[in-house]
Design a protein around this ligand. Structure first.
Ligand code: FAD
Length: 320
């Protein structure tokens, strides 16, 4: 069966959920092989997790370079492995770093790239990727016509499903090309106890309509009842009500959760750019003419300070 390379994102010794989604998707188009880079002592655990989700092989490359430098060592390793095994496709998570790695790898191995796919299927002569564009008005299906396709896939494209496979570990020694940029320090994300915004299955976002920093209380309460991440529009971030790390949109983060709830957000094109591929979109806005309602699956015309607490109470009641 065709070998599909999957770059496995991991942090603090654990495989990140989008990597499990990639392994699940990879099984539709061939036989996944995981690529685990710079895992240190946790490499065996990460390889075992990749095998649990269908990796027949696990290529492991270690070295201080992965921790000390930005993307180049990952590009060196993934391109070297791709050149050696000639896979049918290379899958990478659509994060900022993932897209940079994928683009550079495609250039190195002389193939084409498709970014921000939301689905993948097997096709004649290679995998077909689906992208969702223009505020989800169109779905574009495309395939790479030169070399091994390099495809980045948005988090939450599928639900991860276990499918135990052999997970035969192969240690790879990488020829690094040099340190173009070096990491000088790392500051861990301050933990809120909520899921990471770009990986969360549910996101509840607040906009200028929340009126003040304290207004985000009702947004956070609903997010916590749902086990969701909290997002914010740029207007709310610029007003200093919520951190920029939570901004969704063109100049913020791209999210693609199963459920996106926008409260007090008008739906400007720059905000849509960050959330339009969400599977189900709900908006709460007191203006029935707000552009966000053009995009939603469910819309509530009302005051968010009345609607959100009712929703929170209902969610908690259903959870028991
Ligand atoms: P508004 O447009 O002011 O909308 C507030 C909404 O809240 C209104 O629809 C109102 O009816 C509703 N409302 C008010 N009170 C209540 C209430 N009590 N209950 C319910 N609803 C209520 N924006 C982003 O979000 N992300 C980006 O990354 C981003 N990047 C940008 C990049 C560029 C280059 C530029 C030019 C702009 C960018 N913007 C971005 C800004 C964008 O154009 C909008 O200005 C912004 O998204 C508006 O935020 P908002 O919807 O919260 O505010």
């Amino acid at each position: 069966m065709a070998e599909i390379l999957v770059l496995v994102d991991h942090a603090e010794g654990a495989v990140r959920k989008p990597a499990l989604e990639l392994l699940t998707l990879a099984r539709r188009i061939g036989e996944p092989s995981a690529v685990v880079l710079g895992a240190g002592a946790a490499a065996a655990d990460i390889a075992a997790k990749a095998a649990e989700f269908g990796a027949a092989k696990v290529y492991v490359a270690d070295g201080a370079e992965f921790a000390d430098q930005l993307v180049v060592p990952k590009v060196d390793a993934l391109a070297q492995i791709a050149k050696t095994v000639s896979p049918a496709a290379v899958l990478v998570t659509s994060s900022g770093e993932g897209k940079e790695v994928a683009a550079r790898v495609a250039l190195r191995i002389g193939s084409g790239i498709i970014t921000d796919a939301v689905d993948l299927e097997a096709g004649d002569g290679g995998p077909i990727a689906t992208q969702s564009v223009f505020a989800a008005s169109f779905q574009v299906k495309s395939k790479v016509t030169k070399g091994a396709p390099v495809i980045t896939v948005k988090p939450n494209a599928v639900a991860p499903e276990a499918a135990p496979a052999a997970g035969a570990v192969e240690n790879v020694s990488v020829e690094f090309t040099g340190n173009a940029a070096k990491v000088t320090s790392r500051t861990p994300r301050v933990s809120t106890g909520r899921p990471e915004l770009t990986e969360a299955a549910i996101v509840v976002s607040g906009g200028r309509g929340v009126g003040a920093a304290e207004g985000f209380g009702v947004v956070e309460d609903l997010a916590d009842a749902l086990g969701a991440a909290v997002g914010a529009s740029r207007a709310a971030v610029d007003a200093g009500w919520y951190p920029h790390s939570n901004q969704v949109g063109q100049t913020g983060k791209q999210v693609s959760p199963q459920l996106y709830i926008a409260a007090g957000i008008s739906g400007a094109i720059q905000h849509r750019a960050g959330m339009q591929t969400s599977k189900t979109i709900v908006a709460v806005n007191k203006d029935a003419e707000a552009p966000i309602f053009e995009l939603v699956d469910y819309g509530v015309v009302g005051d968010l300070f009345e609607v959100l607490p009712q929703l929170t109470t209902e969610v908690k009641a259903r959870k028991g």
